[in-house]
Design a binder for this molecule. Sequence first.
Ligand code: PLP
Length: 284
Amino acid sequence: SIVYLDGQWLPADKAKVSVFDRGFLFGDSVYEVVVVYNRQPFRLEQHLSRLSRSLEETGIPNPLGLHEWRFLIERLIDQNEGDHQSIYIQVTRGVTESRTHNYPTNITPTVFAVSKPISSKSTDTRLNPSCSAILLEDIRWSRGDIKSTSLLGSVLLKKVVYESGKDEGILHRDGFITEGTASNIFIVSQGAIVTPELSEWILTGITRDFIFELANRYNVPIESRPVSVVELTQADEVWLTSSTAELRAITELDDKPVGNGNIGPMWQRMAELYQRHKAELFSS
Ligand code: PLP
């Protein structure tokens, strides 16, 4: 694949960064993942504004303007194969002369972007709708609202998930649900969709926002508020959302069925709306 690195377009194996890059040394960097359907980026504006917020919160100057970001992503899609792609963008604080926690303010950020083709199957949740999860204590840092590449906590948690043979870990802190290791979590309780309210512990998922938009548009009751572990285990439905997974139903939690163990009616409804509105975007 052809990748973008600091103004250059290169084959992936020719793209190299310094060992003194702060992204490498400290995880001093932020990222975004944008999904492309039929060669069009989905919700790009929202991803770019979240990227800009992550940069602001970490004090890394945004290296590109909005039009430059859009242009970069268009070119990346053009130069890579696949009607459906997953784009990864990373901006690090840049390279310093030696390893030092403190950083000078005048360094140039490193910008990296790569795309990989994804199969149409993974883009249609209806074809692969249900998954399993385990509950895990949230051991990550307290700025999960920043989409940072400092992901050691998530990496360690995901390893536990893989070893359990399940699909995702639902994280909790002080008895309340935060999010998944790489997703936001929703439940259906008493006929309403509920998701943990935004805080410094969780990421403002672009897909999470999309679910709110759809629910509000079609008058489906939805609220964001604290969700306890107890409430989660008693919920009628549990879902996860992310750009790459879209909307998936979790039908098994800690080896027990969620609700009656089948995919629920609210999921069916929202997944249908999700796919319909995604399709509308392509035909426009
Ligand atoms: N929370 C975490 C920790 C994530 O890593 C992700 C995405 O990978 C999400 C939530 C979902 O965010 P989005 O819907 O923007 O992909």
